[in-house]
Design a protein around this ligand. Structure first.
Ligand code: SF4
Length: 372
């Protein structure tokens, strides 16, 4: 146990300095960051900000997700609205056409996205599907100055190689929870399957994006274990999700997620993975509530236009939040023009902000397929 008397300024300074010096905080200290109220939130965030600023300045990378094949997944991940076991009424569809995906890449670029993330439900792609994805990646990279990320389930070396050769920048595959807790949230594949996919991506030269979902009943030590594994994997990108409650999923009730706890999770991941792109992901609006903007002091990235099936804040509100707090959106377009464009889009599409006090909202077909 760290001596509580030392939690003055040198304690927080040393947290930042140790992390910046390439030394991971101990697991014990990481757990304390998550659970010990005598470690105060503001100086903790300030220490995380010191580390974030050294690697990323005040920049914020905005990601837009394309839910490119929705639902009908044979897997049973208990947190997921697309799982075969979920009864959430989502808009299901098979893989979008290449033309639709390209039109949405254009839209993402024009809306200021730094990275375009295509997500395909399912256990993993067939060889034919992997070739299709590679062709799409090639076309997008040739047409728009976007970083491209694909999330397509489990991959082996051959499929990872095909995608890498097509110019894919990054592969997403979340670990979600610790190895010990994994069987509690999914029975159709294992933690090891997921880890092997990430290793295959690395072996084939792809950057990896892998994160977690906090609030699924895991002890704080499990989050520390995931942060440690992602550090060992040298994951370039870490989406930190907070369980969204959907009536009809197997896992409905988020556990232990106060706004303060969510911020502590982000800080701990920053200290453990100082140079990673840490994204405050699903649950940003719902769980951080009035402290949402504080997430940017630890994280340097977020999603715009909601998540796979869940609505998020209106885009203009998110851009305004980033800009009001003095952060810089990484985009070819100015913050003012992005806010103005998002306001126009919002008015046109009657985009509604999430009611953070109420039930979570599912995206409409129009939101999932805006270019149709
Ligand atoms: S494999 Fe992916 S899409 Fe399928 S249920 Fe699990 S998280 Fe959802």
């Amino acid at each position: 146990m760290i001596d509580l008397l030392v939690m003055d300024s040198p304690f927080y300074d040393s947290l930042a300095a140790t992390s910046l010096g390439g030394i991971a905080p101990t697991s014990e200290l990481c757990e304390q960051i998550l659970t010990d109220p005598t470690i105060e939130l503001l100086p903790l965030l300030n220490a995380a900000f010191t580390v974030r600023k050294a690697h990323w300045g005040k920049t914020v990378q905005v990601h837009i997700l394309n839910n490119a094949a929705n639902g009908k997944c044979p897997e049973d991940c208990s947190y997921c609205t697309q799982a075969k076991t979920s009864e959430v009424d989502i808009e299901e569809y098979p893989m979008k056409s290449a033309a639709e995906i390209l039109a949405e890449a254009k839209r993402a670029y024009e809306n200021g996205a730094f990275r375009y993330c295509m997500v395909f439900s399912g256990r993993g792609p067939s060889k034919r599907r992997a070739d299709q994805l590679a062709a799409l990646v090639r076309q997008i990279k040739q047409t728009y100055p976007l970083e491209v990320c694909v999330s397509a389930g489990l991959l082996d070396d051959d499929k990872a190689k095909v995608l890498a050769e097509a110019g894919l920048d990054r592969l997403n595959h979340n670990l979600n929870t610790s190895e010990e807790h994994y069987a509690e949230i999914c029975t159709t594949h294992t933690y090891r399957d997921r880890l092997e996919t990430l290793k295959a991506a690395k072996r084939n030269g792809l950057e990896t994006c892998s994160g977690l979902i906090a609030g699924m009943g895991e002890p704080a030590s499990d989050l520390v274990e995931i942060a440690t594994t992602l550090r060992e994997l040298d994951a370039e990108s870490i989406p930190v999700n907070f369980l969204l409650p959907f009536e009809g999923n197997d896992l409905v009730e988020p556990q232990g997620l106060t706004p303060e706890y969510c911020l502590r999770v982000l800080c701990m991941f920053r200290f453990m993975n100082p140079a990673a792109e840490i994204r405050c992901s699903a649950g940003r609006e719902f769980h951080l509530r009035s402290l949402e903007v504080m997430s940017l002091y630890a994280a340097n990235s977020l999603f715009l236009q909601g998540y796979l099936n869940a609505k998020g804040s209106a885009s203009n509100r998110t851009y305004q939040m980033i800009s009001d707090a003095g952060f810089e959106i990484v985009s070819e377009f100015s913050a003012e023009s992005l806010v103005a464009k998002a306001e126009e889009e919002s008015a046109r599409a009657a985009e509604q902000p999430v009611d953070i006090g109420g039930a979570n909202a599912i995206k409409s077909l129009e939101e999932l397929r805006p270019t149709q």
